[in-house]
Design a protein around this ligand. Structure first.
Ligand code: AMP
Ligand code: ZN
Length: 114
């Protein structure tokens, strides 16, 4: 999608600090980290919102979770723990309309979030 910042990162029109990439997903460091480890995992397919996911996207979404636990291990936060979050819509605090999952860790995380 032309104006989408994450699609531009996928196309390398905007730089990112890549953590992992394959044919379905890309993971890179969040530009404004909220924890010592804060990476985003996004599908390469432009999907605006979790609300728009279909059965055809099942493989992508399950793949993202399998990749997330591998990244957590690679970044050394698997044993102490981490959080995977996907903000959706206005009340959820979604600011980029391309489905993405935050992987946060490296410190004790507050719950519930504000
Ligand atoms: P959300 O607010 O849940 O939609 O998450 C969007 C996230 O994208 C925020 O945590 C931003 O810091 C992050 N972000 C926005 N632009 C970039 C960028 N160019 N590179 C890396 N992360 C970004
Ligand atoms: Zn996009």
């Amino acid at each position: 999608m032309e104006d989408c910042i994450f699609c531009k990162i996928i196309k390398e029109e905007i730089p990112s600090q890549k953590i992992y990439e394959d044919e379905l997903v890309l993971s890179f460091k969040d530009i404004s980290p909220g924890a010592p480890v804060h990476v985003l995992i996004i599908p390469k397919k432009h999907i605006e919102s979790i609300n728009l996911l279909t059965k055809e996207d099942s493989k992508i979404i399950s793949h993202i979770f399998l990749i997330a636990k591998d990244i957590a291990k690679k970044l050394g936060i698997d044993e102490k723990g981490y959080r995977i979050v996907s903000n959706t819509g206005e009340d959820g605090g979604q600011t980029v309309p391309h489905v993405h999952f935050h992987l946060l860790g490296g410190r004790s995380l507050n719950w519930p979030p504000g």
